[in-house]
Design a protein around this ligand. Structure first.
Ligand code: GDP
Length: 298
């Protein structure tokens, strides 16, 4: 992911290194090339516009340290702006003062929610928490069994409807799951919910009903970074239909352009908390805007 964007930006910025002093024309030309690189990587147009506006304004101003040469100054500005669109500071998971904390996962079918539930559970367990997974995806065939399998791999118990896959009321299961966590002293509950292949009113209603029933401390919108501009439109639909407090980018190991996923923070105003980059439970980490920006700038 981001390889093309990374190559393009690196070569645009490399071209500046040979210049002793940057004229306004140099800055404009560089900004144009960065604009093309971002658009080709699928970064959303409004995000590209504000990014380029900032880079130009700052590069033409004299705000950067005199200790840097002109090329280094522009690289620093581009880096700062990339960190900015990715959210600035890393944001930690919001936990409740009185456990259990409830984390609800929402997103389209196939976005990687169930896999992520296992990854997050294992990650939190590794930090000394005692999570419980709750299977509220009663839509997708085998989703309950799949969660039980990832739960077993992660070494984390799963609360599931007695009936198994595809039956029962997800709102009731969510509520009972949280009660179970409270009774059994789990400090975090991770609620997996049903998605559909596309944005759909019934899915939004169900997710909203679960949200109202369990009052999550964190609702994480899970988005497949390989879905191009759909990532942005889906994020907007979930923001308006269910609301969320954070984003998880999945499938960052794919070879797509990925820029749309990079736009989700800026477009929705909600921070990216985690990134998932593979099918194995360990392919997962907290998202750090500064590290991602450095990776993109090579
Ligand atoms: P859900 O429908 O949202 O619960 O999605 P799943 O968790 O079932 O994931 C859908 C598919 O994507 C499965 O085949 C997963 O193995 C795969 N998957 C999930 N996360 C990642 C990831 O970060 N990278 C890759 N390459 N595949 C992933």
């Amino acid at each position: 992911m981001f390889d093309t964007l990374s190559d393009r930006l690196t070569s645009v910025l490399q071209n500046l290194r040979s210049k002793g002093k940057l004229t306004e024309a140099d800055i404009d030309a560089t900004a144009r090339e960065i604009r093309v690189a971002l658009l080709e990587a699928d970064v959303a147009l409004p995000v590209v516009r504000s990014f380029i506006g900032q880079v130009k304004e700052r590069a033409k101003g004299a705000e950067v340290s005199q200790a840097l040469n002109p090329a280094q100054q522009v690289i620093k500005i581009v880096n700062d702006e990339l960190v900015g669109i990715l959210g600035g500071e890393s944001r930690r998971l919001n936990l409740a003062k009185n456990p259990p904390s409830v984390i609800m996962l929402a997103g389209l079918q196939g976005s990687g929610k169930t896999t992520l539930a296992g990854k997050l559970a294992m990650h939190l367990k590794g930090k000394g928490h005692t999570p419980l997974l709750v299977a509220c995806d009663l839509q997708r065939p085998n989703a309950v069994t799949q969660l039980q399998v990832v739960g077993e791999r992660a070494g984390v118990p799963v609360f599931a409807p007695e009936e198994g896959n595809g039956v029962g009321d997800p709102v009731d299961v969510a509520r009972r799951g949280v009660d179970e966590a409270r009774g059994a002293q789990h400090d975090i509950v991770i609620v997996d919910t049903a998605g559909r292949l596309g944005v759909d009113e019934e899915m939004m209603r169900q997710a909203s009903d679960i949200r109202d029933a369990v009052q999550p401390d964190e609702t994480l919108f899970v988005v497949d970074a390989m879905t191009g501009q759909d990532a942005v439109t889906t994020a907007e639909a979930f923001r308006d239909g269910v609301g969320f407090s954070g984003v998880v980018l999945t499938k960052l190991d794919g070879d797509a352009r990925g820029g749309a996923a990079l736009s989700v923070r800026e477009v929705t105003g909600q921070p990216i908390l985690y990134a998932s980059n593979g099918e194995k439970l360990a392919d997962f980490d907290a998202f750090h805007p500064d590290r991602m920006a450095s990776r993109i700038l090579g």
